[in-house]
Design a protein around this ligand. Sequence first.
Ligand code: SF4
Ligand code: SF4
Length: 326
Amino acid sequence: MKVEKNWQDAHLYPPDRLAVHVTNICNANCTFCAYQYLTDKKALLKEEHFVKTIDQYQDMGGSFVDFTPLVGDLLVDPKIFDKLNYVTGKNYFKTVRFYTNGILLGKKDYPKRLLEARPTNVTFSVPGFEEGLYQRVYRTKTYKKMLKGVHEFVRINKESGSPIKVNFSVKPDSPSEESVYTEDYKKFIEPYIDEDSIIFVTDLDNWGGSIKQEDLTGNMKLAPAIPIGKKNKPCYYTFFLALMVDGHIRLCGCRYNNGTEYDELVVGHVDDNSLLEIWQSDKAQETRANFLKGKLASVCQTCSHYAPYSGKERAEKTIINYMSRS
Ligand code: SF4
Ligand code: SF4
């Protein structure tokens, strides 16, 4: 059984997860996502920032790389397969995963190149498998392209013995028989995935107050708000580091509000300090401690994605232990 660690000591262990935001550009415009309000400059992550951060995370003993951008789709990056191969080619990280809308798998060879890159997990974010629904919720006319590419990927993955664990995170706005378990699903997806691959997201997050009930369609609904008084332990997501598109490092790679990712959760830049220094910095530790004082970052105050630190996900060994072995 894993021994729980105090949050005050968590910085002595490798970050639970490193999120790598290869881009903040998306080719969809989902009703439930704060991407529609993003005002930050659109960009792609530079290779030097990518390589440096991955290498330093490995040296620290990190084991979990998540390529899911905060908002944006990783397949928009024309060099995404080089980046994925760089990480998986190390044969070191236990988990290499991401969410994608899958639209760009409609590009020639992309399903094959993704299979060859061998991430451990891929989760497709879709509203369901019906064209009208796709246009209503993802607000793009790329349903057929997405279906063709995703079908090809799940087909060849299954043919290869399912080396990549595939899931679908579905967010329909209508009853599942009409929206998810459709003819398209039965023909193009179901035969190639495991029974437990479909995950329904019924309570949608409000993105620190950016998304309102009126942004949503049909029977979609927001998750209940969490009162600030109940956010009295550091949020679990502040124990993740996220490499932003311009090389800044932020705690929590999952939510922002007020149209910008550059907020109080940004704790450094990889050109100025090592990942280890940023992870163990006073600013990072203070941001976590502030939860106990009720002094939350703006996005955290209204965020319904908050989860209290559990202490169960620490690595077996401390960073010093990992580094002294290398
Ligand atoms: S949820 Fe994902 S696919 Fe949809 S707009 Fe946001 S980043 Fe893009
Ligand atoms: S409360 Fe929300 S925005 Fe703040 S760290 Fe947790 S998940 Fe991230």
